[in-house]
Design a protein around this ligand. Structure first.
Ligand SMILES: [Zn+2]
Ligand SMILES: [Zn+2]
Length: 546
């Protein structure tokens, strides 16, 4: 932590002293006008300068006149600065989290001046390379993925990759066929939203031409940016779905979409265009460096304190971004050994760390918040990979529970083509199937199918007890798309977020899975004892007739 922070005005000092000492919980205790904020900022108050910048960047000061209320959370861990218009109720909030050395390890924090105005800055590039180097050199849980990559044969590669060798010198790339051409070095994968605009695609008619050359200037911005990011790492190969699968060949599409587990888990890095709604959005974003990093302030009579805005940085910037709403992207994200997310910051995610530019050594999000947002750590999913050297999950109940989490996360996401609902999850299904040695039945597993059938749509939970949850939310009414033929008992038959009424009860699942004890990968793959003899076994036999 920095030895000293920025000075603040009296109004901010009064508010923050309450926050850091005995302030009334859950009560507004201070308010400042916008004019007051501007004046204090010009006189050197760092917090007012921060609020002023936030107002300007976020463009949320269209309501005038306005007040800024400081509000202390009940937990006293959060300070909400709420910007409200008068007399309208419209408001915008800045949520700041107190960074406490006692409960929350604080790595050295970068200076705003070094962060750069965009995620394409020299600082961002250097950090992205440093993350990869640390992951490869010092992460026990990640290094094996590099060893595996060095031995990849053509049967473990995607059918096609983009060869970027001529990207710099000739401004062109080409499609290479991995079965007939030698591949030297690892490949990265790109996750992106296709969007509604026409997208350059590999087709039967241009396959031969694209195998010779594709001019980079004809590619959309997201693809061009991804080629640049591959250059940061000297990666020669990139996999992009629209250019590596022949889009008008059903046979090729079927074969490659069935190989998604292999394609995404064998790539060295997934480049995620997290904030772009379509392929013209690109990877890189302009941002205000000051708003990205924690705020270090000197509070009179209290000392130096640190607040940070990106408390929900990962959840908000990445998990609630446009890319995270896409169904296909779930398996791309979960299966990749490491992901470089491009939001208003860069985020690095691998089985050992979740880092961002503000917290480059990790701690980009709080673990309890991750749980709250149903975020499923890559480390758990990675540990399911059969040749992984990670500790396997201790029991099958945990794996079935993780499956429910995947289902819930997936059910929130959108697919352009409804009939893709099963195939866009096939890579994850493959992974769970190889570990559980269970039978997959349209979104459910044979061993747990009876309790699994008790899924409900999110809107039904709200309508089930109006006294408790308020009026039914009719706008979220679940719909079965007419063109899709999943059986009505499967959660895959609806386009809506689903959950299980009793939550993810470990006890319930454990009862199906036999004794709770440590199991090796080998045991888990072979099924282990107790799995086909649980209390539901007779009923699951009946389900086979469905
Ligand atoms: Zn101030
Ligand atoms: Zn790592």
């Amino acid at each position: 932590m920095s030895p000293s922070g920025g000075s603040i005005c009296k109004a901010c000092a009064d508010g923050l002293s309450h926050f850091y000492t005995s302030g009334s919980e859950g009560k507004t205790y201070q308010h400042l006008t916008l004019e007051g904020i501007r004046q204090a900022a010009s006189q050197g108050c760092k917090l007012c300068a921060y609020i002023k910048l936030w107002v300007e960047i976020e463009g949320c000061c269209k309501i005038s006149p306005a007040t800024f209320d400081f509000y202390i959370s009940h937990s006293k861990e959060f300070l909400l600065i709420s910007h409200r218009g008068i007399p309208t109720l419209a408001h915008e909030d800045i949520l700041l989290e107190r960074v406490d050395e006692n409960t929350y390890e604080t790595p050295p924090m970068p200076e705003a001046s070094r962060l750069g105005q965009t995620t394409q800055s020299a600082h961002s590039q250097a950090l992205a390379r440093r993350w990869m180097h640390s992951c490869a050199a010092s992460h026990d849980r990640c290094a094996y993925r590099l060893r595996t990559l060095s031995n990849l044969g053509s049967s473990q590669l995607p059918a096609r990759l983009l060869d970027l060798r001529g990207a710099h010198s000739n401004r062109c790339i080409r499609v290479v066929h991995t079965e007939t051409e030698t591949i030297e070095g690892p490949y990265a994968t790109l996750s992106h939203c296709w969007g509604k605009n026409p997208l350059i695609k590999l087709r039967k008619a241009n396959l031969e031409q694209f195998s010779r050359r594709i001019e980079i200037k004809k590619l959309p911005k997201t693809f061009r940016d991804a080629i640049e990011v591959c250059g940061w790492y000297n990666f020669r190969y990139l996999w992009v779905d629209s250019l590596c699968i022949v889009q008008d060949s059903k046979a090729d599409w079927d074969a490659e979409s069935a190989a998604m587990k292999r394609i995404h888990s064998n790539g060295i890095l997934n480049i995620a265009a997290s904030s772009a709604v379509d392929s013209s959005g690109g990877l890189f974003q302009r941002r205000s460096p000051l708003l990205q990093i924690p705020l270090t302030l000197d509070i009179p009579k209290h000392g130096t304190c640190v607040l940070r805005r990106p408390i929900y940085a990962f959840s908000k910037s990445i998990k609630q971004g446009p890319l995270a709403s896409r169904g296909w992207v779930l398996q791309e994200w979960l299966l990749a050994p490491r992901v470089l997310h491009f939001g208003e910051q860069l985020f690095w995610e691998c089985p050992e760390t979740l880092s961002c530019e503000a917290f480059p050594l990790g701690k980009a999000d709080r673990s309890e918040m991750i749980g709250l947002y149903q975020f499923y750590p890559k480390s758990f999913i990675s540990s399911l990979i059969p040749d992984s050297q990670l500790d396997p999950p201790t029991n099958k109940a945990e794996i079935y529970k993780a499956w429910r989490g995947v289902c819930r996360e997936y059910s929130k996401r959108n697919l352009t083509v409804n009939s893709d609902r099963i195939v866009a999850l096939a890579g994850i299904v493959d992974l769970f199937q190889s570990v559980l040695a269970d039978t997959f039945i349209t979104g459910h597993w044979k061993s747990t199918i009876i309790p699994d059938l008790c899924w409900v749509c999110e809107d039904e939970r709200y309508t089930s007890d109006p006294r408790k949850f308020g009026k039914p939310n009719l706008s979220k009414k679940s719909v079965r798309p007419p063109e899709y033929g999943a059986p009505s008992w499967s959660w895959m038959s609806v386009n809506n977020e689903i959950h299980w009424q009793n939550g993810n009860s470990s006890q319930e699942l454990a009862a199906l899975c036999g004794p709770n004890r440590n199991r090796s990968h080998e045991e888990l793959r072979s099924g282990g004892e107790g799995f086909d003899h649980g209390p539901w076994s007779a009923s699951t036999r009946e389900m086979e007739t469905l």
